[in-house]
Ligand binder design. Structure first.
Ligand code: NIG
Ligand code: FE
Length: 428
């Protein structure tokens, strides 16, 4: 069963190498069609438009007047519409843009309750602190599995409808052995990118014994949680966990087979980024307050800087300096951080618009960061790009180009969403 999507005004592939410097449109897929486009420059039929990626070989790239073929859940062919092979089904994009599905590498979706009043108070001048997490912890502990699972599935569906086809999901609102383990078991039902965040904050019952809590997180809680998770995370920040505690938590997680990622430098400068880089973390997330040596450490490491501009919007804090990171050669991802406290959005287009408007990323950089960048932050190479062999996770916009995601902020532009080659949301 194959599907040809043709008449695509702009096909964002994030695969400049595959398209070729001469503008050839893609590798031949099943059926032997050659994806060679015209050698035209930007805007030419089948021409490639590149630039804007943030690390060597990983840049934004797009084809105009393009087509793609989906077969068995994978991309089988990309190239110029005029050269597209036949397929069982035909979708006419009528000049609209097609992009890789968004890859949201940072979200906290297992929780109960809400914090609308905290948000309202913040907008009236009360600063954001890590302390608010504890009210969600209380609500989460009191919730049934059915309640937590229902909330989680509702948020996952909300994300999918808005074009997020891969998302990471953390625990961190249970903070007991059983509540963390059930949070992760629920998360594993909706995504393979599951993160153990027992080290979100020290819960109230350990307020007088934070070292005892670290022992729990690195001991019995880890044993119960590791089977459900791929990643281990720690909130390394004043008011949460210090550098030594964070190192111990990441090292224990690694011994249990989990790969590290870190909440770093969200509320002020601190050791988080350095701890992440030392640990070989896939990603240091937030990066709102960075020293020169933090930027250098990120630039010379394989650690992605995941920026969460929705958090700065919702906490009214200064945005991270994305340009400084990009100019230094750091790989940048954008994620939603969807959670009930610091940022309750599930909209990647909103985060892209903020990144462009308020963090001075180009539209190409922001879209790359929300797709291929997110994939890098999750160490995935099967998503975030549309090249032959990629997972057929893609979205069609009711707009002719990726730039509309920022140009038309707040407008629901995601018209159709395919995951594993299946149309799951919207209509073509
Ligand atoms: O990523 N920084 C720590 N954790 C979340 C916020 C959680 C909350 O306020 O409930 C974050 O922003
Ligand atoms: Fe977070």
């Amino acid at each position: 069963m194959s599907t040809l999507i043709t008449n695509i005004g702009e096909l964002v592939t994030n695969a400049p190498d595959e398209a070729g410097a001469d503008g050839s449109g893609g590798a031949g897929g099943p059926g032997g069609a050659e994806g060679s486009g015209e050698a035209g420059g930007p805007g030419g039929a089948g021409g490639i438009r590149g630039a804007g990626g943030s690390a060597a070989g990983s840049g934004f790239a797009a084809l105009s007047d393009a087509a793609l073929v989906i077969e068995d859940g994978r991309i089988a062919w990309t190239g110029s519409a005029s050269l597209a092979p036949a397929a069982d089904d035909l979708v006419d994009a009528a000049g609209r843009a097609v992009l890789p599905g968004f890859v949201d590498s940072h979200a906290h979706l297992v929780f109960a309750g809400e914090r609308g009043a905290e948000f309202a108070a913040r907008m009236a001048g009360v600063p954001y602190t890590a302390g608010g997490i504890r009210s969600t912890v209380a609500a989460t502990r009191a919730a049934s599995d059915a309640e937590l699972g229902g909330n989680l599935r509702r948020l996952a569906a909300e994300m999918l409808a808005q074009g997020i086809t891969t998302f990471e999901c953390k625990s961190g609102y249970g903070l007991t052995v059983s509540d963390e383990a059930r949070s992760l078991a629920l998360a594993a039902q909706v995504t393979p990118e599951v993160t153990y965040l027992g080290a979100h904050v020290v819960p109230p019952e350990f307020a007088a014994d934070p070292a005892g809590y670290v022992d729990l997180v690195t001991g019995p809680m880890l044993d119960a949680c590791a089977p459900h998770a791929r990643w281990v995370d720690v909130f390394c920040e004043r008011g949460a966990f210090d550098a030594d505690q964070a190192r111990a938590i990441l090292a224990a997680g690694r011994l249990a087979g989990l790969q590290p990622r870190v909440h770093a430098n969200q509320l002020g400068e601190g050791p988080g980024v350095q701890v992440a880089v030392e640990a070989g973390a896939a990603s240091a997330d937030h990066c709102s307050y960075l020293s020169g040596s933090d930027v250098e450490a990120l630039a010379s490491s394989g650690t992605v800087a995941t920026l969460l501009p929705g958090v700065e919007f919702c906490t009214r804090q200064p945005y991270p300096d994305a340009r400084r990171l990009l100019d230094a050669g750091v790989t940048v991802a954008i994620a939603t951080d969807c959670n009930p406290g610091s940022c309750f959005t599930s909209s990647m287009p909103f985060c892209i618009a903020l990144a462009v408007r308020d963090m001075r990323m180009t539209t190409q950089e922001a879209v790359w960061a929300a797709t291929a960048g997110g994939a890098r932050a999750l160490r995935r190479d099967d998503v975030g790009r549309l090249r032959v062999g990629s997972r057929a996770d893609l979205i069609m916009l009711s707009a002719p180009s990726h730039a509309y995601l920022a140009y038309r902020p707040g407008v629901p532009l995601v018209a159709a969403v395919w995951r594993d080659g299946r149309l799951l949301a919207g209509g073509a």
